[in-house]
Design a protein around this ligand. Structure first.
Ligand code: ACO
Ligand code: ZN
Length: 302
């Protein structure tokens, strides 16, 4: 959680009530004036409608039979699902999602102009006896439809009650999986928030470690031999642009400037395969749910 809370506005929402949780907010959001006056704002976790009073909220909970995000379920593995939602088709839902995200984001983001974006929403399924399952909102990322840039992710959020459990890594992995299916290299939109940067650095490092382990297993190379690999090769395997691959390799401290003129300018030098292996397995060893690319049912829009 960031240390400083932005308190430029006198009246600001201090907490939101969503699902059964009261969550402290970090920043301000331009909800309509009459809602922004509340210290506590009630939000329906399914349609994301915001409400001023507990009474209205309870009435709404009885009526709202959505139980899941709108859009298409394009991924399901165990309890986790990802839903693809077009900002043009579900304007209100996507606007509400952006307003909610802004409570935890310092930077200026979009709230109302959602049409140029697609939203990928991650949910966790709760099965209930004799009732429809509930798909609880865990986090999301947005992506610009117009893909003239390298950006494969515009804004990412894990709802604070779900943070530090690996869902951010899951969503990042998902964004790169979509890039690979588009036969492209991608990168998140800049600037990153402090938490965004910490998470991405960790992600890039783990991903590079996983690729290095795969290559090691494939080549069965002698520890003394050189392995021929370019940054572009790693980009093709991961969907990450080469600069992000460099960040990942630096994170692992394996990138070295070569002093030998016959070698390329930069070489990957691995002192400890043990460390690489540990990094590569870090999501599994921390019990994070990892992405299973075979479960994605999706084709690029264009
Ligand atoms: N402090 C230190 N390291 C962190 C932190 C943190 N606050 N958050 C993530 N990390 C690193 C850690 O290495 C962590 O592993 P660990 O928990 O085992 O130590 C690793 O990233 C994985 O974290 P996840 O659990 O996968 O990440 P999470 O689900 O918490 O989501 C996210 C990360 C989305 C950035 C979340 O912090 C968030 O929603 N923040 C508020 C919104 C935000 O800042 N979004 C990014 C804006 S930039 C952009 O959108 C392009
Ligand atoms: Zn609702």
């Amino acid at each position: 959680k960031p240390q400083v809370k932005q308190t430029t506005k006198a009246a600001a929402i201090e907490c939101i009530f969503i699902r059964d949780y009261e969550i402290e907010t970090w920043y301000t959001t331009p909800y309509p004036e009459e809602y922004n006056r509340n210290k506590l704002l009630y939000i329906c976790e399914f349609c994301l409608k915001y409400m001023s009073s507990r009474y209205v909220f309870h009435r709404h909970q009885l009526k709202c039979r959505l139980f899941r995000p709108p859009g298409n379920e394009i991924y399901r593995d165990g309890k986790l699902s990802v839903w693809e939602i077009d900002g043009r088709e579900n304007v209100i839902y996507c606007q509400n999602l952006c307003l909610l995200a802004k409570l935890f984001l310092n930077s200026k983001t979009l709230y109302y102009d959602v049409e140029p974006f697609i939203f990928y929403v991650l949910t966790e399924r709760e099965d209930l006896p004799q009732q429809s399952p509930r798909f609880h909102l865990v986090g999301y990322f947005s992506k610009e439809k117009l893909n003239s840039t390298d950006y494969n992710l515009s804004c990412i959020l894990t709802i604070p009650i779900y943070q530090r459990k690996g869902y951010g890594q899951f969503l990042m992995d998902f964004s790169y999986l979509l890039s690979r299916r588009e036969f492209k290299w991608g990168t998140p939109e800049k600037p990153l928030s402090d938490m965004g940067l910490l998470s991405y650095r960790n992600y890039w490092g783990v991903k590079c470690a996983q690729v290095l382990m795969e290559l090691k297993d494939l080549s069965k190379c002698d520890e003394e031999e050189y392995l021929q690999i370019t940054l572009e090769d790693i980009s093709n395997l991961t969907g990450m642009i080469p600069t992000d691959v460099v960040f990942g390799l630096e994170q692992l401290r394996v990138l070295q400037q070569s002093s030998n003129n016959e070698l390329p300018r930069y070489v990957i030098k691995i002192d400890s395969w043990e460390m690489i292996e540990k990094e590569a397995n870090s999501w599994k060893s921390r019990g994070y749910q990892t992405l299973n690319p075979q479960k994605l049912v999706w084709k690029p829009m264009i």
